[in-house]
Ligand binder design. Structure first.
Ligand code: SF4
Length: 975
């Protein structure tokens, strides 16, 4: 314990002594005034006292090198403290020059140090020696790997099997680099994890504003409404959390919807714990109150909603006036009374009425956010963001100070050195025609579609992705990955061992956040910034005059980075350039030579980031040197309402205006995209691009929707078979009370632990010591009924099997609902793996019947890190996701995570961590959910597989959108 009085006395004495000598007193270790962060002018030679040498005053000299954290999607700035004597990283702290995170990090940022020094990390490329999954590995050279992969991919392309090449990413953490690699190869092989994560969240926003994410200006809000545990685990949570707290300090009210008493809920002024899946009903009751009391922002609604389109299509016989629309609006939501919402949610009607008053009091300063949470838990969960943003749209709290922005207003996408053309094919393994409106690839159905005979893969990359553990129905993944008829070759690109890597042919070690290059820009406040992840030791050596030509020269072992890996692999696929692939990976400076990462990023920083060259020149640096020195650059602040900006005359050429005011032009789009909303609305029939929308006689930028306005009414949804969901509405979840048997409860399985990273922190000892298990939250009333006390074993039975876990009896969960974090339950069958956080298990299989039993939990072990002998925990949790069947939402494609379960006291044969699953039953449930779809073959209004304007991470050519045998597609929405 520090005795502050004594410390103050010591500081005063030191000051008096220094000042008595006539010198200035600097109390900080670097002999300057104490500051929150090291001033950037001194990053090259920063001095600190060595805390481990205390009480001796031993000075350590550091070079501070910026990078960005790779431990979640926020990309916060980190500063690596590189010891100038050893040239090793000694710690990571926050980068104060990063505009999003402003020098602050969560626990996972500094824990990057654990990851780079993890004794179990993979240091060399490995090839399997036995059967897949047998656990036998031999070290191979990168050359052997690259030649094998290059040959196979070349054959797949030249033999007309491009759809047999697939790249499947978990945490991308980059700017679209790999999408462009795949486009250069001409394959439609991009697959993401997004449909087990945020597709539900994205869909709700996308149908409103043509962009799939919100950017709430929390810091300036009067009221903040979160449908999630956003302060601890939401999207961009550290950058957002610090701004939410600032707003609270300035008097903002915080409303949190969360069925659990999360850390976020504990900070709320108003916490509501609704029955899971009822969130949209509450939000609509609030919206109805705003409408009935006439509290909405009438002018904003009149100018920016697509009410004319709604009237034209749904009420063509009525006068197309705003007053007509207002009358209809009052009737549309009249049924969503507080009493109705109370019956659905279990939250008292009086509480909901009070909430509505608080929300309405925000005016245009209402910041709202939801992401995974309810949107990812429920059938129809995508209506949660749609109904949440409805409140912003009603109050005019869109792109206002303290309101919620479309993400592209607060994000910057630079133009890269090359933009290869769209691949000319469509891959139905990722975009099956049953899901024309899915916001992302139907990634979690891959094993089911493969087993269904819809195709095979010859080369399958997983990259920072662990579907066996992360996705529902992991045993079906193992079945597919171990069947060489379905997956010819599986290469796992990963910085850390994973349950999926165990079933690979190659395990290829990739760098951590301080060992690789990436670019990012994310919407975290009303501004636009760009940040640079870099191999910090490479940057440090370069400051001292060394030059590295390959990141492997600096990284430990033969750990590489994807940028250089993809360039090299692309050259092996097309060594002489005849396939037209190699040219996208050649230098522009020295034609015929390989593109380097320095040239790749220098080109972007020199040509595509407004203001950066001038700022760098001011410090006598090149733009690349500036980014290597400071790690981030703010391009603009206080962006404001981009949709209100007038279109400049140079963007208006051969213009056509449709009857609802959408403006199309033949003028090309500007080269930089910082003022252009992303997204790709449909061109008109003559190929003009949509450029804006006419509002009160002016041509304004508008939103990248088909109408150019905010789409209260989605003509796309109506035309593609979902007319009943075209307006913000409430869809009863698959776990709605009406659908549950009397002895069933709802299991919430989606919540994160704030100090863990899904599947990538088993290598972080500090984090593991803090959190390493996942008991089942159960209310005391329910526990009493089952005769349970905290620590007792319970068996949780799902549709396909069961898992055995410990109970944690708590009033922090709604009665009738149980919850278990998905962040725990890592396992390994054999020696390889992360010993500090993976249980060793036995796996047994009889046909589709699988069982898992834990043999041993974590144990202390000897390694070069003495701390591994101090591991005191054995319990590393239970892998519940294995027991979940797939639940694809028929609109968004999101896996609907919530489970209807039976919770029982464990029997005498049950052991902690036991899991049993029947994958034949999983396939049956897959087919049941498949029956809910409205597939493109039947519902497409124009012969295409998917509306062209909807986002796709890797967009094929226009021709590839055509359904086979349906002729040339005609434009529909947006004409
Ligand atoms: S929030 Fe934490 S884990 Fe995420 S990027 Fe920031 S420091 Fe890293």
């Amino acid at each position: 314990m520090i005795n502050l009085t004594r410390l103050n006395k010591l500081v005063r004495a030191a000051r008096d002594a220094v000042e008595a000598r006539g010198e200035t007193f600097y109390p900080g270790p670097s002999r300057i005034h104490l500051a929150a962060f090291p001033p950037k002018e001194r990053w090259n030679d920063w001095v600190e006292l060595d805390s481990k040498a205390w009480p001796a005053r031993v000075e350590k000299r550091y070079m501070l090198v910026p990078t960005t954290c790779f431990n979640c999607e926020s990309a916060c700035g980190l500063l690596a403290y590189v010891d100038r004597d050893t040239m090793q990283v000694r710690k990571f702290e926050g980068n104060p020059e990063h505009p999003g995170s402003r020098g602050r990090n969560c626990a996972k940022g500094p824990a990057t140090l654990n990851q780079i020094t993890d004794p179990d990390r993979i240091l060399y490329p490995l090839k399997r020696a036995g059967r897949r999954g047998e656990g036998k590995w031999v070290r191979v050279s990168w050359d052997e790997v690259l030649n094998d992969l290059g040959d196979r991919i070349r054959r797949a392309i030249t033999e007309g099997r491009p759809n047999e090449v697939m790249y499947h990413v978990g945490r991308p953490g980059e700017d679209g680099y790999t999408e462009r690699v795949l486009a250069a190869w001409g394959v439609d092989g991009h697959n993401t994890h997004t449909n087990v994560c945020s597709s539900g969240g994205r869909a709700g926003y996308h149908y409103w504003m043509g962009l799939d994410r919100p950017s709430p200006d929390h810091a300036n809000a009067r009221v903040i409404l979160l449908v999630s545990s956003h302060l601890e685990a939401g999207h961009y949570f550290n950058p957002h959390a610090q701004r939410v707290i600032e707003a609270k300090q300035n008097g903002a009210k915080l409303i949190v919807f969360d069925t659990r008493l999360s850390n976020t809920a504990t900070h709320a002024d108003h916490w509501v714990a609704p029955y899971p899946g009822s969130e949209a009903a509450i939000l609509l009751a609030i919206a109805n109150d705003v409408i009935q009391r006439g509290l909405y922002h009438r002018e904003f609604v009149r100018r920016w909603w697509n009410w004319q389109e709604y009237l034209a299509h749904e009420h063509p016989g009525l006068a197309p006036s705003f007053e007509t629309f207002e009358q209809i609006l009052k009737t549309l939501y009249a049924g969503y009374t507080f009493e109705y919402a109370a019956a659905e949610s279990g939250v008292d009607a009086g509480v909901l009425r009070e909430l509505a008053g608080v929300v309405a009091s925000a005016g245009t300063r209402l910041s709202t956010h939801t992401w995974r949470s309810a949107a990812a838990g429920n059938l129809g969960g995508w209506q949660v963001p749609r109904t949440l943003f409805f409140l912003n749209a009603l109050l005019g709290a869109v792109a206002t100070e303290g309101g919620t922005y479309p993400n592209a207003w607060n994000k910057f996408v630079p133009r890269p050195i090359y933009v290869p053309p769209h691949p000319p094919i469509w891959n139905e393994l990722t975009w099956p025609r049953e899901y024309p409106l899915a916001i992302n690839e139907l990634s979690f159905l891959l094993p089911h579609l493969l087993k269904d005979g819809r195709g095979r893969l010859d080369v399958y990359f997983t990259r920072v992705y662990n579907p066996v553990w992360t996705n529902p129905d992991g045993f079906s993944w193992i079945e597919a990955l171990t069947d060489e008829r379905l997956v010819g070759l599986h290469a796992a690109l990963t910085p850390v061992w994973s349950e999926t890597a165990f079933f690979a042919d190659y395990v290829l070690p990739m760098g951590l956040g301080s060992e690789r290059h990436d670019l990012h820009s994310y919407e975290q406040y009303d501004g636009q910034w760009i940040a640079f992840r870099q191999p910090v030791l490479r940057a440090a050596r370069e400051r001292l005059g060394d030059r590295a030509t390959d990141t492997r020269q600096i990284n430990p072992g033969e750990v590489w980075e994807e940028n250089e890996f993809w360039i090299e692999l692309s050259w092996r696929i097309d060594p002489d350039g005849r396939l037209g692939i190699r040219r996208w990976f050649e230098s522009k400076r020295t034609p015929g030579q390989k593109l380097t990462v320095d040239e790749y990023y220098a080109h972007i920083f020199d040509h595509s980031v407004p203001g950066l060259p001038e700022r760098a020149a001011g410090e006598d640096l090149t733009p690349l040197e500036f980014m290597r020195r400071y790690g981030a650059f703010e391009i603009a602040a206080q962006i404001g309402p981009l949709h209100e900006r007038r279109i400049p005359p140079e963007e208006l050429a051969d213009v056509r205006v449709d009857p609802l005011g959408r403006v199309y032009t033949r003028a090309p789009a500007p080269a930089t995209s910082n003022i252009v909303p992303t997204g790709s609305p449909e061109p008109d029939a003559e190929g003009r691009r949509p450029v804006g929308v006419q509002v009160d006689g002016e041509t304004l930028r508008g939103f990248p929707t088909p109408s150019g306005r905010l789409e209260f009414y989605s003509r796309t949804l109506a035309e593609w078979g979902w007319r009943e969901s075209a307006l913000p509405t409430y869809i009863k979840s698959h776990i709605h009370r009406e659908r549950l048997a009397p002895d069933q409860m709802v299991l919430i399985s989606t919540f994160r632990l704030p100090v863990q990273i899904h599947t990538r922190s088993a290598n972080a000892k500090w984090l593991n010591e803090i959190a390493h298990t996942n008991p089942l939250w159960i209310h005391p009333g329910d526990a009493r009924g089952l005769g349970l006390r905290t620590g007792d074993l319970v068996r949780v039975e799902t549709e396909t099997g069961y898992f055995v876990v410990k109970a944690w009896v708590t009033e922090g969960i709604r009665p009738g609902v149980v919850a278990c974090s998905h962040h725990m339950g890592r396992w390994k069958v054999r020696e390889a793996g992360e010993r500090q956080m993976m249980a060793t298990v036995s796996l047994d299989r009889s046909g589709g019947r699988w069982s898992m039993r834990q043999i041993q939990g974590a144990q202390p072990f000897a390694s070069e890190d003495p701390d591994t002998l101090k591991i005191w925990w054995t319990d590393v949790g239970v892998h519940q996701n294995l027991t979940f069947a797939v639940h694809p939402d028929p609109v968004s494609g999101q896996h609907c995570w919530h489970q209807a379960v039976r919770v029982r006291k464990a029997g005498p044969d049950d052991r902690y961590g036991d899991i049993a699953v029947d994958t034949a039953r999983s396939m049956e449930i897959f087919r049941q959910w498949l029956a809910l779809v409205r597939q493109a073959d039947r519902y497409s209004p124009n012969g295409t597989r998917r509306p062209y304007w909807l986002m796709r991470p890797l967009r094929p050519s226009r021709d590839a959108y055509r359904l086979p045998d349906r002729g040339q597609p005609a434009a529909v929405s947006g004409e």
